[in-house]
Design a protein around this ligand. Sequence first.
Ligand code: WTA
Length: 634
Amino acid sequence: MHSRIRTFGEYRAAYKRSVEEPEAFWAELARRFSWKKPWDTTLEWNFAEPSIQWFRGGVLNISENCLDRHLQERGDKVALIWEPNDPTEASQKITYRQLHERVCRMANVLHNNGVGKGDRVCIYLPMIPELPVALLACARVGAIHSVVFAGFSSRAIADRIQDAACKLVITADGMCRGAKRIPVKEVVDEALQECPTVKRVLVAKRLHLDVAMKPGRDAFLDSELRKAAQKFEAEPMDSEDPLFILYTSGSTGKPKGVVHSSGGYMVYADYTFRNVFQYEEDDVYWCTADIGWITGHSYIVYGPLLAGATSVLFEGIPTWPDGGRFWEVVDKHRVSLFYTAPTAIRALMAAGPEDVERYKLSSLRVLGTVGEPINEEAWEWYHHYVGKGRCPIVDTWWQTETGGILISPLAGITPLKAGFATLPLPGVQPVLLDAEGTELAGRGVEGNLCIKFPWPGMLRTTWGDHERCRQTYFAPYPGYYFTGDGARRDEEGHYRIIGRVDDVINVSGHRFGTAEIENAINEHEYIAESAVVGYPHPIKGQGIWAYVICTPRAPGEEQLQAEVDELVSKLIGRIAKPDVVQVVPGLPKTRSGKIMRRILRKIAAGETDNFGDTSTLLDPEIVDTIKEGALVKL
Ligand code: WTA
């Protein structure tokens, strides 16, 4: 049985089988789980509608597979290690049995508060144990969770709650990140002024703040939990019933609610986790992402728990109290598998090697990265200073939409190359297409990265708007799933991800659409128009550069930047603030009124010539004017 690959030869064999007999391949893997009823058909699909169904007719509950399935064999094994923000506060270890009980209690609380199968629950929580418990409790009652990263603004929360018509919100009184304290409940209260569908709010106590509680609507989670029974029969779910919604940015309009299924997602999260990291029963695994992003969903909660692993849940940040915090946690909990983002590596690299050299890091066995392309320098630093030259680095490429990792080395098995995500996992059939949609055959080619066959973890739809899902992912190249990324296949057939080919900016591994940020900036009363582009940033990967056209009464540039910061923080979140705001007299537009972003990107990147053909511009002179203004900011 090939559920766990151990050699490169086995990888090749598994890959071949997954292409030749995909249904048999995945069906065998799915049999590892407990199903309340076996599935009728393994796969039915077409990418035209699109309609994708894995394990149709199968009935299961993913929370049972994460918890109950392990109780007999590893009930007393630690499932979660919670490491708080402040290193002087005690960490917590939660066994599978304890987690099972906590999830059952929380499921009862949800049930007692009127949440049932198919209802949407918004979760806006810091990285505390209540967060994974809330996800699993939603899954247990059959509710669809929609986690909103606890750095988004009240406006962004309201948009997401309204889109999914959530019935209940789970939040906290406050949160701490580094030296900062954030009044989370206040942010939620503001959002809820515009969310009539929300009937109940459950509040976890993290900072024991004296928060305002709205009678009839708000309740403290701890008192609800005390009243709840410790058993909860898991709701039978169809394999294709939605498990969760997670909002992500695209090149147009508002963020989309990506919908993931129950059965296929489960099979995929488990298989990719165990194989990419080459997980062993006694590993301690730590993914530093936030559960507010897909990486946390699949590789802090579902993947590791399905595999019966010990997963670290970290509340803090890499740079507080100092740049050694990650490494301190690695030594303290003897972490063996460590998964982080290039932006964190670059930030720690910039702080110098002293902070990492203070720690042994002898427990580490495998390192991983995710979220953005990793530059060679950061890769080498990670390999040398963290992995001490002996740990393989898995550069994992995937997306919110893909549910799990698609292209990545298998740790210790696939030959590594800095900056390369290397080879597709079994079941994944990537192709590179040219602009006309023709598949580029052979090696040494570069094009738009698409996938031509379904895998179990892929998105099924976008919430409330299936047509948008079709338009965004399946219409650009009929017959293919389009990723939005460009990639290169080198002479050895290894993939290198180049970056987005659409108007999506990846800032510290977080996705934003340029239109989304422009819409926020345009709300400023003295800004007439704006154009936002990404530019190379030494720590964040990409920074945000905003070109704005002002009306006559606008304040000076410095004041304007402060006001734009505030506006974007309010409408989206602090993480989307532009790094640079440049006031310009006009934008480079074609005669048909289209902004030539290519030019703006080049200017922000510090290029002074090679702007290509500018003859189609309405006012070619504007390029020089913008360039001069940009030079003083670079
Ligand atoms: C980028 C995060 C290069 C890519 C899991 C993708 C990467 C977007 C890598 C998805 C990687 C992710 N190398 N680029 N290893 N991993 N990306 O939805 O542009 O937050 O399309 O999912 O991040 O970001 P998302």
